[in-house]
Design a protein around this ligand. Sequence first.
Ligand SMILES: [Fe+2]
Length: 284
Amino acid sequence: MFSEQRSAEVVAASFAGTPDDRLRTVLTSLVEHLHSFVKDVELTEAEWATAIDFLTRTGQKSDANRQEFILLSDVLGVSMLVETINHRAGGGSTESTVLGPFHMVESPPRELGDPIALDEKGTPCLVSGQVTGADGEPLAGAVVDVWQANEDGFYDVQQPGIQPPGNLRGLFRTDADGRYWFRSVVPRYYPIPDDGPVGQLLRATGRHPYRPAHLHFIVTAPGHRSVTTHVFVADSPYLDSDAVFGVKESLIREVPEVDDPQRAAAAGLDNPFRALTFDIRLRR
Ligand SMILES: [Fe+2]
C-alpha cells in the first residue's frame, strides 16, 4: 500500500514487470530520486501546480524553431552532464561540449574557402584548422559542420525574414591534408532566448542569460568517434559564467589580427584580417 514512507518503493514496484531492462532501471531510479526530492523540500500543492504549469508552458513554447526543453536542460547543467558522461575525453581527442538548441536545420554544403556570413555583417574572420586522427594523421574528407550567431547575437532560425536561411552555417569537407577553411565573422557573445519560461527561471534566480562568444562544430570522419563541440573566443565576456556551463579551457582560442597580404588575398579578405585557428583531433 502507498504511504509517505513507502511511496518510492510501491511506485518502483509497479514498474518491476517492464520487459526492457534499461527502461526498468531508469524508471526505478527516477522514481526513487523524484520521491526523495519531493520529500526533501516538502513540496506544497501550490508549488506542484506551479511546476506543472512551468513544464506545460515549456512544451507550448517549443516548436520546429524553438526548443525550450533543451534550453531548460542546458541552464540546469543536465545537457552538459549528459554530454560529459558520454564523451569522456581521452586519447588526446578534442573535448566536446553541448550541442545547444540551434542545430535545427541542416547546414548547407559549401566549398572550402566559401563565406558563411551571407548577410555580410560583422568583423570578417578566416576560420581554419586541421582535422587529425589519434596519432596526428590528417583525416581527408572529414565532414566539418559549423554554425554560429550573427553580429547581433542571433542564429538564422531565430530571425526568419531578417537573416537569409543558412546564414552562418556550413558543411565542409576537409582536403587531402585534413584541412578546412572558410570565411566568417568573429563570433559574438549572446543571450539564450529568455522570453519564455526558462528566461523567467533565470530572472527569478538572479542569473544572466549570456553565453560567451563561440562557434559550433560537429566533426565526423569514417572509423572515428565524431565530436560535437565549440571553439570559444579568448577575450569574450561570460567565459567564466556561461549560462549553460559549456566552457572548457581546452576549447578557448585567441582570434588575432593577422597582417599577411598574400594570405588575405588568397582568402578573399581585406588585409589585415582576424583569424581563428581550431584544430580537431578525433579518436577511433
Ligand atoms: Fe551557440
